[in-house]
Design a protein around this ligand. Structure first.
Ligand SMILES: Cc1cc2nc3c(=O)[nH]c(=O)nc-3n(C[C@H](O)[C@H](O)[C@H](O)COP(=O)(O)OP(=O)(O)OC[C@H]3O[C@@H](n4cnc5c(N)ncnc54)[C@H](O)[C@@H]3O)c2cc1C
Length: 775
């Protein structure tokens, strides 16, 4: 039963696949009872109807694990709640590794999942055989089993969500297409004002006034976004499975994944569904999805599937005699980094997106819908979702040639196109480190010795109100003389860290904000949304300058040779200041800062001169042990020094005081975003603290054990070549405790199932006083 389409709604959801139905369900559950979901054809007629229906919980990061666990729990209860038979059953799932690297990966994911209350066990070969008797375990390197993982009927799960939304007042209307998302200007910003729709069967049309639109258009989402200049980078690709004939006496089996053979197996009603994670994918409908697409399939491509089938027959030999009942090929949308798109887009306020699910939209949509509804209700997500936040997408990622090429090399391939593009765009950005021969650092640099891009985003804030505006947005004091560099955070109202930046005052009215390139869109959006009536212009100048960081004990010698007109002494060019320099035949700015904890300068040169400046530095470095280094080297150095990495160690859910960055927040300033939350936490005391750990070996995201109990995770980790040990950072709960109490405990890190003793410190283990940087 449907209701008439209203002319006003608190939110309009575009698309009735599982994502749209989940968003409608969760908004309605939060009390948004007048939401409207419009579907151009029938519910689930896009990609959702033909999914294989695997619902797994093992994910690569902690918050993705939280969301997939939520989906699994929600789907388990939907049938009882709505009366729609979802076919959901918890028959468990196994992931089998065939290489030592894969074993490591799944055991690490398992450690993380366990710490979130996901039931998971490591399996030996004979236990695996016991759970899956038809399996040929040749090449076995390891396996994990999640007994609560499930499978279900995707279309019915979506229909159950739609029914749950309707039961709470939502309007869910089929055969109605959204033709346009309307915008207006409010407070100098583009904001959503409504949608136009047309009914497929009657030709009737109308307008719904609303402040919130959610683009859940699946593979249509990119085109829909383009109509408003909204960047939703994704590309439809062909995705395959086969279903066997009935196999006599086939008992119930858990889902089996063998990622090293790009295959998964699902027993369903006496048949086996064999699905593929294509190592080389096939983009589809590059010039637009056919208007009449509805419950459609794509032509079989046996040649494409055959290599996977061959391996599968050897892995599960009963397939050989089973006979193929169905060969299924359907389109699914894929994104440049294999993570879906969630959240409010940077271009238009009130325009949200949940799309691009990379073949895991069924298992993801429960959690994604819950998170998005929270985001719309509160204006921020329930926890850090930067893995999937749409603001991580750069404008060039919406380029259609890029999307097609990027998708050709998915899953277990390299993201090579992405690297090449960034290398070109940010040409000239290199890390250069000078170290004395034989010192720890230079040895480390030589052994890593990779030339890689280190990308930085750059935003100019220019205008009469630049100082007042930045003082409103930043925790630190921005009323500094021109030439001063300030390390600061953009805080949210909860004291969480929205951005971790350096701000350089270039003149009375002009500042340069330097951010990681990966988050520059997010930072621009944050600044724009808080600009209000301040008279400032914001310009993304990332591509306008290249940056070369000259870091290490001999940085002064190298730079003196490269730019002899400049006085590089401590007195003339102290830490935290920026000055113009002549270098070779070029002109640049030298910023005395360091993310690696060494004496050094970052040299900012206009892009047209960057190559020349780079060559000048290389020539000047001859004889001083100058070596090119990459991101890996930089990360190794920064973690020894305990410098936080945004997106890992510090996110919007991490309070700036608990992150140990209180020194950068100046509450003497009368007002700025987050000030109250900082004062409050100071009063109430910290509940967590960022701790540095030293141990023999780690990657990152491993559980932290305090006196034998899991209390948190490492937010980042790397090998510290000067400390001669692995180094990790992570938060440890500390309510009511002082530093001595916190450190008095015994700490271990669980690495792929094994507990390893770790030394803990609240001060950086490398150069705690910072003397090397300031020397
Ligand atoms: C072969 C195959 C197997 C898969 N197996 C699994 C699996 O085992 N587990 C798993 O988790 N995932 C699986 N997936 C992925 C999963 O099916 C998708 O990720 C998921 O269905 C995407 O849902 P969606 O709501 O984003 O998109 P869709 O289901 O495509 O929904 C988008 C909807 O938007 C509508 N729409 C578009 N434009 C408009 C407009 N202008 N106005 C109104 N409506 C509009 C479309 O008609 C469509 O119904 C599989 C996919 C394939 C192809």
């Amino acid at each position: 039963m449907t209701k008439p389409i209203p002319s006003q709604a608190s939110a309009v959801i575009i698309g009735g696949g599982i994502a749209g139905c989940s968003v409608a369900y969760h908004l309605a559950k939060l009390g948004w009872t007048d939401v409207v979901l419009l579907e151009r054809k029938q519910l689930t007629s896009g990609t959702t109807w033909h999914a294989a229906g695997l619902i797994a919980q093992l994910r690569a990061t902690k918050n993705m694990t939280r969301l997939s666990k939520y989906s699994q729990e929600l789907y388990g209860e939907l049938e009882a709640e709505t009366g729609v038979a979802t076919g959901f059953r918890r028959n468990g799932s196994i992931t089998m590794a065939l290489t030592a690297e894969r074993r490591e990966e799944i055991l690490r994911q398992a450690s993380m999942a366990r710490a979130f209350g996901v039931e998971v066990e490591a399996l030996g070969e004979s236990e695996l055989k016991g759970l899956y008797p038809h399996l040929n375990t040749e090449g076995f390197a390891g396996a994990v089993y999640l007994p609560k993982d499930g499978q279900g009927d995707p279309a019915n799960i979506a229909l159950a969500l739609a029914k749950g939304a309707r039961m709470r007042g939502a309007t869910v209307q089929e055969h109605v297409k959204v033709t346009e998302v309307h915008e207006t200007m409010k407070g100098g910003q583009r904001v959503v004002s409504g949608v136009s729709w047309v009914a497929e069967q009657t030709g009737e049309s109308g307008f719904i006034a609303t402040d919130f639109v959610v683009n859940c258009g699946g593979m249509w989402a990119a085109e829909l976004g383009r109509k408003n200049g909204v960047n939703v980078p994704l590309q439809a690709c062909e995705h395959f499975y086969i279903v066997t004939e009935n196999i006599p006496d086939l008992a119930r089996l858990p889902v089996l994944r063998v990622p090293d053979e790009c295959a998964y197996y699902k027993e369903d009603a006496g048949k086996i569904l064999l699905g593929a994670f294509e190592p080389v994918s096939k983009p589809w409908a590059m010039h637009g999805i056919p208007e009449d697409f509805c419950f459609d399939q794509l032509p079989e491509d046996f040649e494409h599937f055959e290599p996977i089938l061959e391996k599968a027959i050897s892995r599960v030999p009963l397939l050989e005699s089973a006979g193929i009942h169905t060969f299924f090929n359907g389109p699914e949308s894929f994104t440049p980094d294999d993570a879906y798109h969630l959240g409010e887009v940077p271009e238009v306020r009130g325009y949200y997106v949940a799309a691009g699910f990379n073949s895991v939209g069924i298992q993801s949509s429960g959690g994604a819908g819950m998170a998005l509804a929270h985001w719309m209700e509160h204006g921020y997500p329930p926890f850090d979702l930067s893995d999937v936040d749409i603001r991580r997408m750069q404008p060039f990622m919406g380029n259609r040639t890029f999307l097609v090429e990027q998708n050709m090399n998915k899953w277990y391939g390299d993201f090579h196109v992405l690297r090449d593009i960034n290398l070109t765009v940010n040409r000239g950005e290199r890390i250069v480190i000078a170290g004395p021969s034989g010192s720890g650092k230079s040895t480390m640099i030589r052994c890593i010795n990779r030339l890689e891009e280190h990308q930085q985003g750059k935003i100019i804030v220019d205008g009469r109100d630049a100082e007042t505006f930045l003082n409103h947005v930043c925790g630190a004091q921005m009323a500094v003389p021109p030439g001063r560099i300030v390390y600061t955070q953009f805080l949210n109202d909860r004291g969480g860290i929205e951005a971790d930046v350096t701000v350089t005052r270039l003149s009375e009215t002009r500042y340069l904000v330097v951010t990681p390139a990966a988050t520059v869109i997010r930072e621009m959006s944050w600044l724009e949304r808080h600009r209000g009536d301040h008279a400032v212009a914001l310009v993304d100048v990332t591509a306008g300058e290249g940056v070369m960081a000259v870091m290490g004990p001999k940085a002064r010698e190298v730079l003196s040779a490269a730019a002899p007109w400049h006085d590089w002494s401590n007195e003339a060019h102290p830490f935290g200041s920026a000055q113009s320099i002549d270098i070779g035949l070029g002109q640049a700015r030298a910023h005395r800062v360091s993310y690696v904890g060494e004496l050094g300068w970052e040299i900012y040169a206009p892009t047209d001169q960057a190559a020349h400046v780079f060559e000048t530095l290389i020539a000047a470095g001859q004889g001083h042990g100058l070596t090119l280094c990459g991101l890996h080297a930089m990360d190794s150095c920064r973690i020894e020094k305990g410098f936080r990495h945004f997106g890992h160690d510090i996110t919007e859910e991490d309070h700036v005081l608990e992150a140990g960055l209180g020194f950068a927040v100046k509450t003497e300033k009368p007002a700025f975003i987050g000030r109250d939350a900082v004062l409050r936490r100071r009063e109430e005391g910290l509940t967590h603290r960022m701790v540095q750990f030293r141990l023999t070996l780690l990657y990152h995201a491993e559980p932290i054990l305090r006196d034998g109990q899991i209390v948190g995770y490492l937010s980042s980790g790397n090998y510290g070549h000067t400390l001669g040990a692995a180094v990790g950072l992570g938060y440890v709960p500390c309510k009511g405790e002082d530093a001595a109490g916190l450190l008095a405990s015994r700490y271990e890190i669980e690495i792929a199932g094994v507990r390893v003793a770790a030394e803990a410190s609240l001060r950086p283990m490398y150069d705690p006083s910072g003397a090397r940087m300031r020397g």
